[in-house]
Design a binder for this molecule. Structure first.
Ligand code: ZN
Length: 139
């Protein structure tokens, strides 16, 4: 997980050498994930080493970002006041066409209409002056 600071009420990531490519990619409208240079295993962000072979060569690479809904939950209670206006909101696990899975919200659709396996495409939304995040919408 990322360290969090709060700016204007929105939790802000603390950028470091490990996670910077992820957030800079989102700011530029790119979906970035990590892949092991030695065994080509896709890794969930942000990995120091490859979970399959232990290699420390785990660069960030840009992917299409297209994928499908692997699973999701719908939050009906806000565990932080920041999110009260968003309830009910979903948190989804999206399986990218390249293979890795990412957590994100699916927007542009009612929660009741979410279906496992539905095609999704990335969309980038600015949630604070200095933060644009990756979300998904139906493809
Ligand atoms: Zn590896």
């Amino acid at each position: 997980m990322f360290d969090i600071e709060t700016s204007k009420g929105w939790p802000m990531p603390v950028l470091d050498d490990l996670n910077r490519p992820l957030f800079e990619g989102m700011a530029e409208g790119k979906v970035m994930v990590q892949r092991c240079d030695d065994c080509e295993t896709w890794l969930a962000p942000s990995a120091f080493i490859c979970e399959a072979c232990g290699s420390d060569k785990v660069p960030w690479v840009e992917v299409s970002g297209k994928g499908e809904l692997y699973t999701f939950v719908v939050y009906h209670r806000a565990y932080d006041p920041l999110f009260e206006s968003m309830v009910p909101y979903n948190v989804a696990l999206i399986e990218l066409e390249e293979g890795p899975r990412l957590l994100a919200n699916v927007v542009g659709i009612e929660n009741k209409d979410l279906k496992i396996g539905m095609a999704l495409k990335p969309v980038f939304q600015k949630v604070a002056d200095e933060l644009q995040i990756l979300r998904y919408e139906p493809a």
